[in-house]
Design a protein around this ligand. Structure first.
Ligand SMILES: [Zn+2]
Length: 485
């Protein structure tokens, strides 16, 4: 292109350059004070598209001295400002795998390549080091579990405390995926998403003193990251986004369990809670009891008196109380409950152990029961001959014959006569007593039964009906309309 040499004066050119420079400096100033909106180094990435949750992954006694992290898109490394839900990047790296290691004196956390070269190190123990995968919704894997959002690595007594910072909705997807089968009907998956979300918001804060909201153990809710989430679960969580269960305008404690038989258990019978505190965690008769098809829906265990005493004697807090085999077991339920509230175990010398509250009873007998919704019967095998075994309880005699077990009615006596192949024999109670614990349901039984929700959903009921049934008197509302503690 041809330009006429004298068309624009030199002075004018200088003025234009000065103006351009001035605009540039003004822009540069804005860039430095508004890092959130522009792509400068140290920029902030806002996590304000929903409620965040901080989940403790390794902490306290499980804090680590090193941890492997992977991200398919590489990492952004920096810090996370919890007050503003903003990640501030210090640097990016293209490595898809790094190892975070704390120095032996606990003064620095280094990020290393798998080959051992240092990428970055943080020496300010007051500021946790935070990593995220590059890109929106990028996943990041810490010790083989996959998370969305950020992974925070903090100094804690010479070890690294690992916390996942993610959107509540992503966390709920991970919990729902690990709690129920993705093949279940959509309404059952929605129920699980809503009760998990409510339970999370009710319990969030349990671990404030540990530096996060909730832990990843059953103590709070089991959480192994987002993992590969099925489309059905993704859809169920999205369809119920933000919905929680409330009672009297406050978020409800939506405890749930695998299954509960026909009736659910109350919080007062399970844990001794004040019945006024959780009126929605009461004994609900669901009206159906086809639990045979559920995993651990119906079950029974048989254990000898001696084995049971050994088991009880090995339990913390109960060692050495029983002096010999268990002689008898008594149990009672609270009015309206199908679960055993008080269990009393005796030996032959009158020593006894009393266990109260159905959740404690279940824990006490955990090796021999799946829930405290059970009955216990005892049998005493007796012998009439060398190769013949007979089972005797107060009502019936179970004779094991060549054709299998046969039942004979006998009076409540331990000395009975039986006609055997070798003629009439008097049987003595030479055998050891055995106890059979038979019951239904898996878990504490309080609140929603997951399998029950599945059955109801299969029968065409929606999440409003199912949650209303298991938590009577509650409402389902958006979490943003409720004050959460
Ligand atoms: Zn916890």
């Amino acid at each position: 292109m041809k330009i006429k040499g004298n068309s624009i004066s030199k002075k004018t050119v200088m003025r234009i350059i000065a103006a351009i420079l001035a605009i540039f400096f003004i822009l540069a100033t804005f860039i430095s004070v508004l890092p959130v909106f522009v792509g400068a180094e140290g920029e902030g990435i806002s996590y304000t598209n929903g409620r965040l949750i901080r989940v403790g992954i390794y902490y306290g006694s499980t804090a680590v001295s090193s941890i492997a992290l992977t991200s398919d898109t590489g990492f952004e490394i920096g810090t996370f400002d919890t007050a503003t839900s903003t990640f501030y990047k210090s640097l990016s790296c293209n490595n898809t795998a790094v190892m975070a290691v704390i120095s032996s004196d606990g003064s620095r956390i280094s990020l290393m390549t798998p080959e051992g070269a240092e990428i970055y190190s943080q020496t300010d123990a007051s500021v946790p080091l935070t990593l995220r995968g590059i890109g929106e919704n990028a996943e990041i894997t810490a010790a083989e579990n996959t998370y969305r959002g950020c992974i925070e690595l903090a100094y804690t007594e010479g070890k690294i405390r690992v916390v996942s910072i993610s959107y509540l909705e992503d966390y709920v997807k991970g919990v729902t995926a690990s709690e129920v089968y993705s093949s279940w009907p959509a309404e059952a998956l929605k129920c699980q998403a809503i009760v998990a979300r409510s339970y999370t918001l009710y319990t969030a804060g349990k671990h404030n003193s540990d530096g996060f909201d909730i832990c990843n153990k059953p103590h709070c809710q089991s959480y192994n990251g987002i993992g590969p989430v099925a489309d059905s679960i993704d859809a169920a969580v999205d369809a119920t986004k933000g919905l929680i269960v409330t009672y009297d305008g406050k978020v409800a404690l939506t405890t749930y369990c695998s299954s509960s038989g026909q009736k659910t258990e109350s919080a007062s019978s399970a844990w001794g809670s004040d019945p006024e505190a959780y009126p929605y965690l009461t004994n609900v008769d669901t009206g159906f009891n086809n639990t045979e098809d559920y995993v651990n829906g119906k079950w029974s265990y048989t254990v000898s008196a001696e084995e049971l005493a050994e088991y009880i004697n090995s339990k913390p807090n109960y060692e050495g109380i029983l002096n010999g085999p268990v002689d008898r077991i008594e149990y009672e339920r609270k009015e309206g409950s199908d679960y055993v509230y008080r269990l009393t175990v005796y030996d032959a010398f009158g020593n006894k152990i009393v266990v109260e509250k159905s959740a404690t009873v279940r824990d006490f007998l955990t090796q021999y029961c799946k829930s405290a919704c059970f009955t216990i019967s005892s049998h005493c095998p007796v012998y009439a001959g060398e190769s013949k075994e007979y089972m005797l309880d107060s009502q019936n005699m179970y004779v094991i014959t060549a054709e299998g077990e046969k039942v004979l009615s006998v009076p409540g006596s331990t000395a009975v006569e039986a006609l055997t192949a070798n003629g009439l024999k008097t049987m003595s109670s030479a055998g050891e007593k055995v106890f059979t614990i038979a019951g239904e349901g898996y878990g504490h039984g309080v609140g929603m039964s997951q399998y029950g929700a599945m059955t109801l959903a299969e029968n065409g009921y929606d999440f409003n009906y199912i949650i209303g049934l298991y938590y009577p008197g509650t409402q389902i509302v958006d979490c943003n309309s409720v004050q959460i503690n």
